[in-house]
Ligand binder design. Structure first.
Ligand SMILES: Cc1cc2nc3c(=O)[nH]c(=O)nc-3n(C[C@H](O)[C@H](O)[C@H](O)COP(=O)(O)O)c2cc1C
Length: 194
């Protein structure tokens, strides 16, 4: 595989697909970086959907969260994964799906435990007086069916249109690095010095 850009491309997307499917897979979550007025911000996000055909990936978040507000102001992100001795860096721009059919479909496909994450009474990152206060597991969170209907209003599906994919494989036999850039809808592949 290491001498074929086509094979690496297929392999990289297969890694992402496996990450989205398997909770135990190291590619199930990656570090997502966005820009803010205070500089770069990075945090983990779970990979929820992968579409190699359109070159898109997605995560779920609370629309009240700082990250969601940051992405509204500047939709450029980098999302970095590591596992199986491989680093995969994705970058591009995101689209926020709040009250549209795509967000509805993602919400419908989410189980109860996932929906509870959006039932917190306060925005994530609000300064609290006590551990967990205002969050989804706190006594004030409404997690009955009616409460989870309200929680839908806090949910966002965030889809990243990948514009660049950088794959690095660390190996004693020799590191290998490849990059795939999308320009005018066409993917260009190149080897990079690791
Ligand atoms: C393994 C892991 C996975 C996470 N997945 C998500 C996620 O998919 N969506 C999300 O909004 N926050 C997720 N979080 C929490 C964020 O990393 C972050 O702490 C929180 O959302 C606040 O981020 P913000 O202040 O930049 O908005 C995850 C945290 C960990 C440790």
């Amino acid at each position: 595989m290491h001498d074929s850009l086509d094979a690496i491309w297929t392999h990289a997307w297969a890694r992402l697909l496996a990450g989205a499917r398997g909770r135990a897979d190291p590619f199930h979550q990656g570090v997502l970086a966005s820009s803010s007025a205070d500089g770069p911000q990075a945090r983990y996000a779970v990979l929820r959907a992968v579409d190699p055909g359109t070159g898109t990936v997605a995560f779920h978040t609370d629309r009240r969260s700082p990250k969601c507000l940051q992405l509204g102001a500047d939709p450029r992100v980098a999302w970095c994964f590591f596992g199986h001795g491989e680093q995969l860096r994705l970058s591009g721009t995101v689209q926020l799906h709040l009250d549209d059919a795509e967000a509805d479909a993602a919400w419908s496909a989410s189980g109860r435990a996932a929906r509870v994450n959006y039932a917190g009474q306060r925005a994530p990152g609000t300064v609290a007086e006590a551990p967990g206060e205002g969050g989804p597991k706190h006594a004030t969170a409404r997690t009955d069916d009616a409460g989870l209907d309200v929680a839908r209003g806090n949910f966002a599906l965030v889809r990243l249109q990948v514009m660049s994919l950088d794959w690095l494989c660390l190996s004693a036999a020799g590191h290998v690095r490849a990059r795939f850039d999308r320009a005018a809808g066409v993917w260009q592949a190149s080897w990079l010095t690791p």
